[in-house]
Design a binder for this molecule. Structure first.
Ligand SMILES: Nc1ncnc2c1ncn2[C@@H]1O[C@H](COP(=O)(O)OP(=O)(O)OP(=O)(O)O)[C@@H](O)[C@H]1O
Ligand SMILES: [Mg+2]
Length: 365
């Protein structure tokens, strides 16, 4: 089911201060896709999710799920949570420690007062789906974190909702388990044909899981798009910076006449991916560390290859396993780059950095 949000506002007062948790959010979430709300702590992700679920009453705006308006201030519509046909999985597992796996998962159906054999059949089906068949009698406290989260997922799915909402469901798991559970979740959701709204402040999780990412900041959706669009082609500095590590350097337009937009920066002139700007616009050049390659200082470069080249010196190399995270100084500017773990370069070496224009992204300041 599709979700439409129009002009949604939610303000809180805390210690005499007004907090605009949602500041007029407009959003269309497509049916049967995984939509992720990504943003820094306090930007309003949980508030937005709670408004969709009906656990929070907005101040203004409208929320529509499928063909039903579930909340509208102007039309005076309020559909209670239990009638919105949603499933929800929270950050804390929120499974009941005093119940076994079966009863945890059966709970929503028992609440609906379904016949016993109906409940047994549906619980068996969903436990099979999350690969927990055989765990029915296990006390829920005697499960691993990942298994507990799967119980929570099973419980959210057992009533066969059309929409499932997740609020940082993996953040309590350790890094390795988080990665495994993320993969499982992607597979589950892919098989289900369900609309999923997923909240996280973890950019890798967002990139790995989502069909569409909506990046939030200060109560607004700043930009939305596919993971590759958001990563490679962000329109906003905030988004480019938030979604991955980036070198962000002030830039002034030199020329927009050719196939590239040419800019002047403190580290020299760069040809960049074409984007039209006003000549007076204050811009930032954004280059991700992984798109900087290296040539030896005596390489004059092929004039026809359009690569941007600058000479720098390695200030620091930090070994993190798959790469050396490397800081390179060019005059007063420091750039982050990545060097192969088997590189022959060492701290203090001079080298030529090369970046394709397609990987030089200009965003407004
Ligand atoms: N009940 C409340 N009373 C007062 N302020 C609140 C309340 N709930 C949320 N806020 C404030 O609203 C803003 C948005 O909070 P929200 O929980 O939606 O952020 P979030 O994006 O989910 O953050 P996190 O990533 O830390 O979970 C924050 O400034 C928060 O302090
Ligand atoms: Mg939150």
């Amino acid at each position: 089911m599709e979700i439409k949000i129009r002009g949604l506002k939610k303000h809180f007062f805390s210690e005499g201060k007004l907090i605009k948790a949602l500041d007029g959010v407009n959003l269309d979430i497509k049916a049967n896709k995984i939509f992720t709300l990504l943003g820094p702590s306090g930007c309003g992700k949980t508030t937005l999710l709670r408004c969709i679920v009906g656990l929070e009453t907005p101040d203004e705006g409208e929320i529509q799920i499928g063909n039903t308006i579930v909340w509208s201030k102007d039309k005076k519509i309020y559909v209670p949570t239990e009638k919105r046909e949603l499933g929800m999985v929270f950050q804390t597992y929120a499974i009941w420690p005093h119940m076994d796996v079966f009863n945890n998962v059966a709970y929503p159906l028992q609440n609906m007062k379904l016949p016993k054999d109906d409940i047994a059949r549906r619980v068996a089906k969903v436990l099979d789906f999350v690969q927990l068949s055989g765990f029915e009698k296990r006390p829920s406290t005697r499960l691993s974190g990942g298994q507990q989260q799967r119980v929570a997922l099973a419980r959210a799915l057992v009533a066969e909702p059309k929409v499932i909402l997740f609020d940082e469901p993996l953040s309590n798991l350790d890094a390795k388990l988080r990665e495994e559970t993320r993969k499982e979740l992607k597979t589950f959701l892919g098989e289900l044909n369900i609309t999923a709204v997923y909240v996280t402040h973890d950019r890798v999780e967002a990139l790995a899981l989502s069909d569409i990412i909506g990046v939030m900041n200060a109560g607004n959706i700043v930009e939305q798009g596919s993971p590759t669009k958001i990563y490679f082609d962000a329109d906003h500095r905030f988004v480019a910076d938030f979604i991955g590590r980036a070198n962000i350097i002030p830039a002034k337009i030199y020329s927009q006449a050719g196939p590239y937009t040419e800019v002047d920066t403190p580290i020299g002139r760069f040809s960049c991916q074409k984007r039209s700007f006003d000549a007076k616009d204050e811009l930032m050049l954004c280059i991700r560390p992984e798109f900087i390659s290296f040539e030896s200082p005596d390489n004059k470069g092929d004039e026809g290859d359009n690569l941007n080249r600058v000479t720098g010196q390695i200030k620091q190399m930090i070994f993190v396993g798959e790469v050396f995270e490397t800081e390179i100084r060019i005059g007063d500017t420091g750039l982050m780059a990545k060097l192969d773990p088997e590189t022959k370069y060492k701290e203090g070496d001079k080298l030529v950095l090369a970046v394709k224009p397609g990987h030089c992204l200009l965003v407004s300041k």
